[in-house]
Design a protein around this ligand. Structure first.
Ligand code: PBG
Ligand code: ZN
Length: 318
């Protein structure tokens, strides 16, 4: 049975997915919240974005609301890497207690910020080349459930494991969260453009790379099949990243799945504009708006971007 009503559940998701012009309501602002941090710390390359403690986060959301931003993607950065399934739940609870239905809070769901080795999966102890899929899916679904229990409005799995959307959906449904949507990072390339993020989220792998689970940019079939897989597993919406590396795939994936498809303008893409501007080689604001217009032209129904909170100043309407 399909649950199309999840796409209509509240005004934020209705505006996010409306097949309409480029507006602030189609943008999602990431937040890096570091458990136990007092104040905030700069993130190299991501101007206008900081690693924040909870108080700084609440202040920032307040400001973002005054700039008409309603959609957020929360990255929980735990204080210690002990794989506790409840890390981040206090953050979610505190944010939702304060802002309630004024905001729509997506929570990135992965293991890499909390695992000792910085990988998005769990490897077998005896063979670090082999992914223990069952243990990985169990861990991801229990994270997702604890986020939903804490008040998350949507779950966004970013690990790229086969079967995780189905596993998470099953876990949510069994526990009374039939209304919580899953935005799957469905086509995620192994990319050199995640650098600033990995520093911010403390998620750099300590050995190897992510090529066993993220897609090789040369492979169009794999890129499309990964999104089809997530669609078949019950994802409510699909997301492709990096945005510029996926621009040719938005339309075919939309055509083949008929699901809402969005893009993530990742940290390295955003930072590259900031670095050009710093050298006086571009106008940051204009360049940023240009990239969003291109993503929208390509058919992206929503955009995750570190610049969402600037959109009002760039002239977008809510
Ligand atoms: C981790 C995750 C990554 C991003 C979002 N979730 C990085 C990675 O896979 O290494 C990248 C976001 C960005 O670069 O802005 N699962
Ligand atoms: Zn990860």
């Amino acid at each position: 049975m399909q649950h199309l009503m999840r796409q209509r559940a509240n005004r934020h998701i209705r505006e996010l997915l409306a097949q309409d012009g480029l507006k602030i309501s189609k943008l999602i602002q990431p937040l890096f919240v570091v458990e136990g941090l007092i104040g905030e710390e700069k993130i190299s390359g991501l101007k206008g974005n900081n690693r924040m403690g909870i108080d700084a986060t609440l202040n920032q959301i307040e400001k973002d609301l005054s700039n008409e931003v309603r959609n957020f993607m929360l990255f929980n950065v735990p204080a210690d890497k002990d794989m506790k399934a409840n890390f981040g739940t206090n953050t979610i609870r505190t944010i939702k207690e304060k802002f309630g239905s004024d905001i729509h809070l997506w929570v990135d769901t992965c293991l890499c910020s909390s695992s000792h080795d910085g990988h998005c999966c769990i490897y077998y102890e005896e063979d670090k080349n082999k992914i223990n899929l069952k243990a990985t899916l169990n861990a991801l679904s229990s994270f997702a459930l604890s986020y939903a229990n804490a008040g998350a409005d949507g779950i966004a799995p970013s690990d790229m494991m086969d079967g995780r959307v189905a596993a998470i959906r099953n876990q949510l449904d069994k526990n009374g969260h039939i209304d919580i949507p899953i935005m799957s990072y469905s086509t995620k390339f192994a990319s050199e453009f995640y650098g600033p993020f990995r520093a911010a989220a403390n998620s750099k792998p300590s050995f190897g790379d992510r090529k066993q689970y993220q897609i090789d940019v040369r492979n169009r079939n794999d890129a499309i099949n990964s999104s089809l897989r997530c669609s078949n597993e019950g994802a409510d919406m699909l997301m492709l990243k990096p945005a510029m590396s996926s621009i040719d795939l938005v339309a075919p994936i939309h055509t083949q799945t008929n699901l809402p498809v969005g893009v993530y303008q990742v940290s390295g893409e955003y930072a590259s504009l900031a670095l050009l501007a710093r050298e006086g080689l571009t106008n940051f604001d204009k360049a940023l708006l240009e990239t969003w217009q291109v993503f929208h032209r390509a058919g992206a129904q929503f955009i995750i971007t570190y610049g969402a909170r600037k959109a009002l100043k760039l002239g977008l309407s809510k």
